[in-house]
Each structure stands twice: as structure tokens, then as C-alpha cells.
Design a protein around this ligand. Structure first.
Ligand code: NAP
Ligand code: HSE
Length: 442
């Protein structure tokens, strides 16, 4: 019997995900090596601060604060960038790819900002850049779109791509907890980014939406060209009223391709979504992605979107692809020649302007509880040709009231004008808050 080839892996970063990769390779080593036909050895682990206490003890000889022991080491077959950020991580990824190395990453921020350059570097130098863990944690969404659904053109991809915010919204809904009190728990569970604004302001999920849009449509979309809003302003009242109206509030990524107009729309924002939709039932740290292809119809994938084990499952899946490649299997990624064909997907494709978005809206307006307020509000809405679909009022002890209304179909520009006009009214306190209502059939 021939000896199995030894595959040497270097980990850049040994935090939540890095330690998960180590633990899960150890836990399933026998089955994994049998399936891969190779031996896996993590021979280098690089951290920022070696004095930090860790769950996993790394042999001294393999442990350092020196990234060049991974990136510039000819013995390393697979570089795993699990440190995050777009500074040092970018330099190290560039360095590794320029040497034709295989890099596996979970770093969606880096791909979103520099993916075009990094994928090109990988192709030009004969290396590869794998990124399954960068979108939707343990859900194999990259492989699904790239390989399993390759027969399709994608009219609509939407879903929940951030585990932290879904966890927070779920606990706010179920337990009536405040935003801040659940954030600490999400942190302890290893869901939250080192820079937590990425999760709370929608940026992390927008990074993932940009990656999916590229994968499905061959076009890199700039983050500042799309709607990107987080969950910080959602209150328990919003969730309660939405529930009474038959909706849940979810932070949704929405990627729509209009093939006739050759237009792509990518957006990320909280939305009211009917409880009848499968995605509305995706709670806690779970992510859910609904993919509608012209051949397959609609396929929904649901799984843990963050956390150590789910994420390391995806990293190890990429390591497995890399191992097969190192043993001669064709690369499951786009080659230099395929790139031209792939780019045709995006030929002439333009990004739909943000303001063109049409839909229904939920508005929360804080008002002085006095005569004629509702009439005034409906007058302001009517000026923008917006009509009420529902109106709910909650009286507060201080003599003010919250009005929660939903509208019939309108557009972004009209809603923005309405909010500005309302906030200029004497009887309106502060700035009205709006949430889009998402209907996948619209
Ligand atoms: P983490 O727990 O903060 O771990 C980051 C690791 O990188 C730490 O070991 C840290 O070293 C090391 N590191 C950071 N900066 C470094 C530097 N300048 N030099 C050397 N080492 C450095 O983060 P994580 O949650 O594992 O996330 C890692 C990556 O996976 C990120 O890109 C994140 O977005 C992505 N991701 C995370 C999840 C999740 O659920 N956590 C899910 C999907 C994707 P020290 O420990 O010494 O500080
Ligand atoms: N912070 C991210 C989330 C980790 O909560 O979804 C997974 O990408």
C-alpha cells in the first residue's frame, strides 16, 4: 500500500475560526484523511500575541508571531488566512498568491474590497484562492452556485447572511430583550466580528452580498454604490407590530438580475418579510439563502451562519478541494481561460440606481398626540402619491404616540421626501424611521 502524501497547512490566525479548524481536523482526522487520500499536518500557526490563552495547545515549534513562516515557506502547501481585516491580511494574501500558493480564506471584507485583484493574482501565478467560509458560515453556498447550480442564470438571490444580527433580532423578538443585552451573548458565542460595526451596520452582510453577486453575475459591485443599512435602529415595537401584520423583520441581502434590461440590483437592509416565506423562519445564528435559477427554480439553503464549528466546516471543505487539486484533480475554480467566458456574464451589465427601488414600506413616526396629526401625515404622504395600507398607534405615557404605518407601493425617492417633510412638522418628534417590505414575487 502506498504512503499517503503529507499536505502541510499553515494557519495565519488562531482565533475562533483558526482553532475550530485545528480541533475539527483533529476530531475527524481518520475519516477526513481516508476521504482525501492524504495526511493533513498543520505545521505552522501564526498569531499576533503568543502569550494569549487559547483553547488549543499548539506545539512550540509550530507556533509563532511570524507570518513569513507560512507565506514564504516553500514547505507549506496550503495557506489559511483566518486573521481577518484588510491590512496585513491583504499583504500576506498577495505575497502568497504571487508565489503561486493555494490560499483558503474566511475573510469576506478582503474579498469584497480586493477580490478582483486577488483572484487575478491567483490565476496569473498558478495559485488558487478558496473562499467558501466567507459567505454564510457553514452553508456551502459558494460551491452550490459555482458548481451545483452551474446550469442556471440567477434571477433572484436573497436571504440572511449575517449570523450576529439574526441572533440579535431573534432574541429581541422571542424574549423582548434589548439590542445591547443580546450583543454580549453573540460576542461570547464567537459570532461577532473583531470590528462589531461590520455586523451591526450591515457591512459584513453587504460584503457577502457583493461576493455572491460576483459569483452569480461576474460583476464586482462597489459597496458604496449599494444600499447598506444595519439593525441598530430596529426596536421591539417594530418587531411587535410587524408580527401583528404577519411579518418578521430580518436583515436581508437581495440580489436581483433583470436580464431584459441587463440590470443588476444588490442591496442589504432590514426588511419586513411575510412569515409565510421560508427565509422568515430562519432564526438565531442561522443564515438562509434562497436562490432562484431559470432552470432549477427556487432552492433554499439554511444552516449556521457564524461560529467556530460551522465556519471551520467550510474552511475544511476548501482545504479538501485544495488537497484534491494538489493530487492532480482539476481545479474547482475559474481558470485564466474560463475568466473571459465568465466575464461575458457581466457584459454590458449595469447596476440599478439605488433610488429606483420600488416597493412597500413600514414607517414609524413619533408624534405629539394631538388632534389632526394623522390628517397632516396623510396629506404629506398623499403629496408623494403614497397611500396607507395599515395604521397602528401606540400611546405613550408622556402624551406622545408612535404611529406605525405600512404603505402601498411607492419608491425610495418618495419615501425620502416624505421622511424629510414629516421631520419638518411641529407635531412630529425626531426623524421618522422606515423599513422596506420585501416581497420575492414583486
Ligand atoms: P478572531 O477570533 O479575532 O481571530 C483572529 C486571529 O488572527 C487571532 O488569532 C489573531 O491573533 C490573529 N491576528 C489578527 N491580526 C493579526 C496580525 N496582525 N498578525 C498576526 N495575527 C493576527 O477572528 P475569527 O472570528 O476567527 O475570524 C477570522 C476570520 O474569519 C475573519 O476574516 C472573519 O471575518 C472570518 N469569519 C469569522 C466567522 C466567525 O463566526 N467568527 C465566520 C465566518 C468568517 P491573536 O489571537 O494573537 O490576537
Ligand atoms: N460576524 C459574522 C456573522 C461571522 O455574524 O455572520 C460569519 O461571517
Amino acid at each position: 500500500m502506498s504512503e499517503k502524501r503529507i499536505i502541510r497547512i499553515g494557519l495565519l490566525g488562531f482565533g475562533v475560526v483558526g482553532q475550530g479548524v485545528w480541533k475539527n481536523i483533529e476530531n475527524n482526522r481518520q475519516a477526513l484523511e481516508f476521504r482525501l487520500g492524504a495526511q493533513l499536518q498543520i505545521t505552522e500557526v501564526v498569531v499576533r500575541d503568543m502569550r494569549k490563552a487559547r483553547e488549543v495547545a499548539v506545539p512550540e515549534a509550530a507556533y509563532s508571531e511570524d507570518p513569513s513562516r507560512v507565506v514564504d515557506n516553500p514547505d507549506i502547501d496550503i495557506v489559511c488566512e483566518l486573521m481577518g481585516g484588510t491590512g496585513l491580511a491583504l499583504d500576506l494574501t498577495r505575497r502568497a498568491l504571487r508565489q503561486g500558493k493555494i490560499v483558503v480564506t474566511a475573510n469576506k471584507a478582503l474579498i469584497c474590497e480586493h477580490g478582483e485583484e486577488l483572484f487575478a493574482l491567483a490565476r496569473q501565478n498558478g495559485g488558487h484562492y478558496f473562499y467558501e467560509a466567507s459567505v454564510a458560515g457553514g452553508i456551502p453556498i459558494i460551491k452550490t452556485i459555482r458548481e451545483a447550480l452551474v446550469a442556471n442564470r440567477f434571477k433572484l438571490i436573497f436571504g440572511i447572511l449575517n449570523g450576529t444580527s439574526n441572533y440579535i433580532l431573534t432574541r429581541m423578538e422571542r424574549e423582548g430583550l434589548s439590542f445591547d443585552s443580546t450583543l454580549g451573548d453573540a460576542r461570547k458565542l464567537g459570532y461577532v466580528e473583531a470590528d462589531e460595526a461590520l455586523d451591526l451596520d450591515g457591512i459584513d452582510a453587504a460584503h457577502k452580498a457583493v461576493i455572491l453577486a460576483y459569483l452569480a453575475h461576474g460583476k464586482w459591485v462597489k459597496l458604496d454604490a449599494i444600499i447598506c443599512e444595519g439593525i441598530r435602529e430596529i426596536t421591539g415595537e417594530d418587531i411587535e407590530i410587524a408580527g401583528q401584520l404577519g411579518y418578521k423583520i430580518k436583515l436581508l441581502a437581495v440580489i436581483v438580475r433583470d436580464f431584459e434590461a441587463n440590470e443588476l440590483s444588490v442591496r442589504l437592509h432590514p426588511a419586513l418579510i411575510s412569515k409565510k416565506e421560508i427565509i422568515a423562519g430562519v432564526d438565531e445564528v442561522y443564515n438562509g439563502v434562497s436562490v432562484t435559477g431559470d432552470v432549477v427554480g427556487t432552492t433554499v439553503l439554511i444552516g449556521r451562519g457564524a461560529g467556530q464549528d460551522a465556519t471551520s466546516s467550510s474552511v475544511i471543505s476548501d482545504i479538501a478541494d485544495a488537497v484534491f487539486m494538489l493530487q492532480g484533480a482539476p481545479a474547482p475554480v475559474i481558470s485564466e481561460e474560463d475568466e473571459a467566458v465568465y466575464k461575458q456574464l457581466a457584459d454590458g451589465l449595469v447596476l440599478a440606481p439605488k433610488d429606483q427601488l420600488v416597493g412597500r414600506y413600514y414607517l414609524r413616526i413619533h408624534v405629539k398626540d394631538e388632534q389632526g396629526v394623522l390628517a397632516k401625515i396623510s396629506e404629506i404622504l398623499a403629496k408623494q402619491h403614497i397611500s396607507f395600507a395599515t395604521v397602528n398607534q401606540k400611546e405613550l405615557e408622556d402624551g406622545t404616540a408612535k404611529l406605525m404605518v405600512t404603505t402601498h407601493k411607492t419608491n425610495e425617492t418618495a419615501i425620502r421626501s416624505v421622511k424629510a417633510a414629516l421631520s419638518a412638522e411641529n407635531s412630529v418628534i425626531g426623524l421618522p424611521f422606515s423599513i422596506r417590505i420585501f416581497d420575492p414575487l414583486q
